[in-house]
Design a protein around this ligand. Structure first.
Ligand SMILES: [Zn+2]
Ligand SMILES: [Zn+2]
Length: 177
């Protein structure tokens, strides 16, 4: 940019912003396409800019959240639901034990309890729910070690070590009783 333009902008911040805004609304599609393309081709620069902005405005995120709580909450809820849909679909969309396919009842089970680095946090605590879903998506849904189970089939395994849908073990229980 030519230096006098820069100088003018500095002295006419509001006016300059107004021009920018007008331009944006007039050529919205073009501007969005350009910025999306820039974001796609310059991921490092975008990340760096965000980092610098956050450092310079440490309270921005918190203040924005406090001022727009409802909007933020509904956005994050929509994001979580979309994420859950995606994860459940990636693991077959139904309970591998009983076949239930109502996604609201479905959850992801970590089969191999020994190999848990992936879903343990820094303190060694198990990562579950949406944090686990985010990790699985980042890893492009590893199929080995994870499976889709409904809450019933998952919880009953946690409590009794097996699911009554596995007939043999139920028979065993009846014999013992
Ligand atoms: Zn089930
Ligand atoms: Zn079951």
């Amino acid at each position: 940019m030519v230096s006098y333009q820069r100088e003018w902008r500095k002295n006419n911040v509001e006016k300059s912003r107004g021009y920018g805004r007008k331009h944006y609304y007039k050529y919205r599609d073009k501007c969005l396409a350009y910025s999306n393309e820039y974001k796609r081709t310059h991921p490092e620069q975008v990340k760096d800019k965000t980092r610098r902005y956050n450092l310079a405005h440490p309270d921005y995120q918190h203040d924005y959240y406090m001022a727009n709580k409802e909007h933020c909450n509904s956005k994050s809820k929509a994001y979580s639901l979309k994420l859950k849909h995606e994860v459940i679909a990636a693991y077959g969309g139904k309970c591998v034990c009983c076949g239930l396919n109502e996604w609201m009842f479905l959850t992801i089970d970590h089969i191999d309890k020994k190999n848990r680095e992936v879903d343990r946090d820094a303190n060694g605590k198990n990562i579950t729910g949406y944090r686990l879903y985010m990790i699985l998506r980042k890893l492009r849904y590893p199929q080995e070690g994870y499976r889709c189970l409904c809450f019933n089939c998952n919880c009953v395994r946690g409590v009794y070590g097996f699911c009554p849908h596995e007939r043999q073990k139920v028979d065993f229980l009846e014999v013992v009783a």
